[in-house]
Design a protein around this ligand. Structure first.
Ligand code: GDP
Ligand code: IMO
Ligand code: MG
Length: 422
């Protein structure tokens, strides 16, 4: 039995989709256990480029059983669209896509409230994806959520929806929004259920039987560890736990069954939305800013960019208990003469760690940089670690030494094959 888990070691968008797509071929099960369609995991393979929001990235291998765990929040309209896109690309998942009946639903009022709360917070807004994630998880933990098992029962669903809509419409109207219509939502969501019912089931026996039979699992965390509600840069975080440990509540995988915990980290750092980013390149005339800035897979917003932050990697590998690292996007750094790497922080002239400060304190720290020489060579065709230029190998060695975790994979391009396995 082997259960590997891929987590994001920064603020999200580390290249988890790339890592999963590279590894899932050897797996019997590919599973997600947290978050919702705030995630955007890019997969580039022989079938094309896919931005996966809900379905596990292992779906492209025809033998892989894909599990969507109870820890997820599911917007059925987004799920149905994603299914259509996969079918159009020739990916058949019938009989091997299994959705937990315990998973909570994102309802139209969650999306509306997400936007209204963000607008009310003004400059202090989190910068959410406005997909309804926070309000859906808030309902889950305050016993107001709706699950697939509720929608399955027409009367129970009507009763629960009526209560929720009465409550939510009061808030929506008070915040200046338009009240939502019961009949419309009821009909639309029952329609979603009819379409998705063949995929919805209890996953517990499946997971337990798989573990008992020694099957291979690959668990896919969504978001990055620094967006975790508890250990991230609160309140600039997301609403579900984004740590490896969340696989237990989110999928029913016992903690002791995890055999490999793989941190995905970009060779630099990006962040979408509000909150601190100590190594952010703020000077618009700094050419590095244009090189490292990206476009977000889910919202199309601009990802803020900064240099690699080893204090972040140290913290996230520790809190997750990482066994290895999968470093992505090393190729992007190939243009630089020199590369800055943050090895720690100072605040008021004294060294501080990530865990010593809150989000507002993290916004005030001064990164301590080491300057590394660049390699100025195209590395996108390299497939063996020994064939990388010395400066690129030194860069990876520095990560291993500072983070005390082996880098077992180096990614040098978005496609599946652009990967160095050590
Ligand atoms: P995720 O949310 O962690 O799966 O990451 P995203 O898909 O949101 O963002 C990662 C972006 O980097 C995507 O556009 C990937 O296609 C791309 N990518 C992943 N690995 C590499 C790499 O090694 N090199 C390059 N150039 N792009 C990569
Ligand atoms: P993947 O899985 C990057 C960020 C949002 C916002 C904060 C809260 O692709 O790495 P939310 O909509 O979750 O309430 O927004 O979290 N965020 C992400 N940033 N990648 C993601 O997912 C993210 N999911 C949420 O930008 O700052
Ligand atoms: Mg992403």
């Amino acid at each position: 039995m082997s259960v590997s888990l891929v987590f994001g070691a920064q603020w999200g968008d580390e290249g988890k989709g790339k890592a999963i797509d590279f590894m899932a071929g050897q797996c019997d099960y590919s599973a997600r256990y947290n978050g919702g369609n705030n995630a955007g995991h890019t997969v580039v393979n022989q079938l094309g480029t896919f931005k996966m929001h809900l379905i596990p990235c292992g779906v492209f291998y025809p033998h892989t059983v894909c599990l969507m765990g109870n820890g997820m929040v599911i917007d059925p309209s987004v799920l149905l669209q994603e299914m259509d896109e996969l079918r159009a690309a020739g990916v058949n998942f019938d009989g091997r896509l299994c959705i937990s009946r315990r998973a909570h639903l994102i309802m139209p009022y969650h999306r509306v409230l997400d936007g209204l709360y963000e607008e009310a917070k003004g400059a202090g807004a989190t910068g959410t994806t406005r997909r309804g994630i926070g309000p859906a998880f808030a309902d889950k933990v305050s016993y107001n959520g709706l699950r697939w098992s509720d929608v399955a029962d027409a009367d129970l669903f009507a009763e629960k929806l009526r209560v929720q809509l009465t409550l939510k419409n009061k808030i929506i109207v008070a915040l200046g929004g338009q009240a939502l219509d019961f009949d419309h939502i009821y009909t639309v969501y029952r329609g979603y259920y009819e379409k998705l019912a063949p995929y919805i089931q209890e996953l517990f026996p499946l997971v337990q039987d798989g573990l008992a039979a020694g099957k291979t699992f690959l668990l896919e965390q969504a978001m990055g560890s620094l967006l975790d509600t508890d250990w991230g840069t609160y309140p600039f975080v997301t609403a579900s736990s984004t740590l490896a440990s969340a696989a237990t509540p989110g999928l029913g995988i016992p903690p002791r069954s995890l055999t490999r915990i793989i941190g995905t980290g970009k060779a630099y750092t990006t962040r979408v939305g509000g909150g601190p980013l100590p190594t952010e390149i703020l000077d618009p005339s700094d050419p590095a800013r244009a090189v490292l800035t990206e476009i977000a897979a889910t919202t199309g917003r601009t990802r803020r960019a900064g240099w690699l932050d080893l204090e972040v990697l140290r913290f996230t590998t520790q809190v997750n208990g990482a066994t290895d690292l999968f470093v992505t996007k090393l190729d992007v750094l190939s243009v630089f003469d020199q590369i800055k790497v943050c090895t720690g922080y100072e605040l008021d002239g004294k060294p501080v760690r990530y865990c010593d400060v809150d989000a507002y304190g993290l916004g005030k720290v001064t990164p301590v940089y080491r300057i590394m020489p660049g390699w100025k060579t195209d590395i996108t065709q390299v497939r063996a670690f020994e064939d990388l230029p010395v400066a690129a190998r030194d860069y990876i060695d520095l990560i291993e030494q500072e983070v005390k975790t082996p880098v077992s994979w180096v990614s040098v391009g978005a496609a599946r094959e652009s990967t160095i396995q050590r």
